[in-house]
Design a protein around this ligand. Structure first.
Ligand code: FMN
Length: 379
């Protein structure tokens, strides 16, 4: 079933902070809604992540650092001892399989609903999400978020730092601060969602301030080698309108470089974009690139290997892949040997509970053993 090993820089070892990664393939963070209603990781999550431990690095799914930051139902959290204990089971299982793992810290900001979090969402300004949002009662219109006060900004920065400490206590190698995809930190960066007239709004220097303060606090809490930051320049997901993308990111990257986290993770990285090249030149640390793989359609047959190699050639250090890891627990081996990939099953299974579409994607070894693993279902 397997072909000759594929020669590629993707399979070379790399350093990330104090970690030695056996390859340059990173499992991108993916929310899978398999936690309890209180945000506690369930045992099935240990199985799922341990199956994927051959990734150079796993970045575990978005986890909220406080109650009001919760986006959707059954997402993971990291703000109390129960969350730490739940995550500990996951990190133990991944480490037992030889893996390394960061946790993504995400505050949803206006991407939230009182039926999900028990709180009115907070945001830089009272500008509602222009979409509906999923709740236990189905999709509902978004509510107008409450503008964060200066005190709330300070306490949210402290919540991120406390969450980072808890993540390390739970056995993670580090944390990724989520400043991408239209959640709270991205809302501060973007003109469309940040209408503040205080020090956290207005010109670029004001709009990047909150993100930089969060990253500095997290670096102070757990050390620079344990911290990464995810950004998505120009992405309009979750109704984001940045307005001045070309000004925001050079300023943000320079300020983050000064704060010194180990890596920057760029979503939908395109090596042909001048902004990507500028970010590479300005960023002194590790750069993780998440390629554009035909979002909304099927994945390319090579699972992103060629695009990943193109990004490595353009200066990225590590390549993160989402859906290819979701559907292929042994993605690294499949890409290394040129073996065929499991297609991603229908979308509904991504954000639902249970094993289906989660822990039951077969590995090559299952097929070789004839272990009766389920056949992959068409995309
Ligand atoms: C099911 C699912 C959940 C996701 N959840 C997150 C998340 O929690 N945090 C995040 O930054 N990105 C999230 N993403 C985006 C992925 O990290 C990645 O950027 C995206 O899937 C594109 O990579 P791909 O084409 O390799 O899948 C999610 C994507 C999918 C498919």
């Amino acid at each position: 079933m397997t072909n000759a090993p594929v020669e590629s820089r993707l399979f070379e070892p790399a350093r990330l902070g104090a970690l030695r990664l056996p390859n340059r393939l990173v499992m991108a963070p993916m929310t899978r809604n398999r936690a309890t209603a209180a945000g506690v990781p369930q045992p099935i999550m240990a199985t799922y992540y341990a199956q994927r431990a051959s990734a150079g690095l796993i970045i575990a799914e978005a986890s909220t650092p406080n109650a009001v930051g919760q986006t959707y139902p059954n997402i993971t959290a990291i703000y109390n001892e129960e969350h730490v204990a739940g995550w500990r089971r996951v990190t133990d299982a991944v480490r037992a399989e030889g893996g390394r793992m960061f946790l993504q810290l995400q505050h949803g900001g206006r991407v939230g609903h009182p039926d999900n979090s028990g709180h009115t969402p907070v945001a830089p300004s009272p500008v509602p999400l222009p979409d509906t949002i999923f709740t236990p009662g189905g999709h509902q219109a978004a509510v107008v978020p409450r503008e964060m006060t200066a005190d709330e900004i300070r306490s949210t920065v402290a919540d991120f730092a406390a969450a980072a400490r808890r993540a390390v206590e739970a056995g993670f190698d580090g944390v990724e601060v989520h400043a991408a995809n239209g959640y709270l930190l991205h809302q501060f960066l973007a003109k469309g969602t940040n209408h503040r007239t205080d020090a956290y709004g207005g010109p670029v220097a004001g709009r990047i301030r909150f993100v930089v303060e969060v990253v500095r606090a997290v670096v102070d809490a757990v050390g620079p080698e344990r911290v990464g930051v995810r950004i998505a320049p120009g992405l309009t997901v979750n109704g984001i309108e940045e307005g001045d993308t070309e000004s925001i990111y050079p300023a943000l990257v320079a300020a983050l470089a000064d704060a010194g986290p180990a890596y920057l993770h760029v979503v939908f990285a395109d090596p042909d974009q001048p902004l990507f090249q500028d970010i590479r030149k300005a960023w002194p640390g590790t750069l993780i690139a998440n390629p554009v793989l035909g979002w909304g359609g099927p994945l390319p047959a090579d699972g992103g290997r060629r695009e990943g190699e193109r990004l490595l050639a353009a200066g990225a250090d590590l390549i993160s892949l989402g859906r290819s890891f979701l559907a292929n627990p042994d993605l690294v081996e499949r890409l290394r040997t040129g073996a065929p990939l499991n297609p991603v099953r229908e979308k509904g299974l991504m954000y639902t509970g249970g094993e289906s579409g989660y822990t039951d994607y077969p590995a090559l070894a299952d097929a070789r053993r004839g272990a009766g693993a389920p056949e992959p279902v068409g995309a």
